[in-house]
Every structure is written in C-alpha cells, then in structure tokens.
Design a protein around this ligand. Structure first.
Ligand SMILES: [Zn+2]
Length: 44
C-alpha cells in the first residue's frame, strides 16, 4: 500500500511506500534529495 506525501523540496505530491527512503526524507526524487542537501550545506 502506497501513501501520498508532499515533497519538501519541490512541493509536488508523490506516492511512496511508508517504509521507503523517499517517504522518510519527504523528498520525491534523487534530484530533490541533492537539492535539499545542497541547500542544507549552503546554510552552514
Ligand atoms: Zn521533489
């Protein structure tokens, strides 16, 4: 069973299994993952 999450990076809704890494991160794709990471690192 998949659940719908909202990506914290781009705001898009995406479906993911609750135990998936994407659901844990709240990020829809590797691109958003690296974008979010870059944003985080740039804030240090
Ligand atoms: Zn996204």
């Amino acid at each position: 069973m998949f659940e719908t999450f909202t990506c914290e990076q781009c705001g898009e809704e995406f479906a993911a299994h609750p135990s998936a890494r994407a659901a844990e991160n709240g990020l829809c794709s590797p691109a958003c993952e690296s974008a979010a990471k870059g944003f985080y690192l740039s804030g240090l």
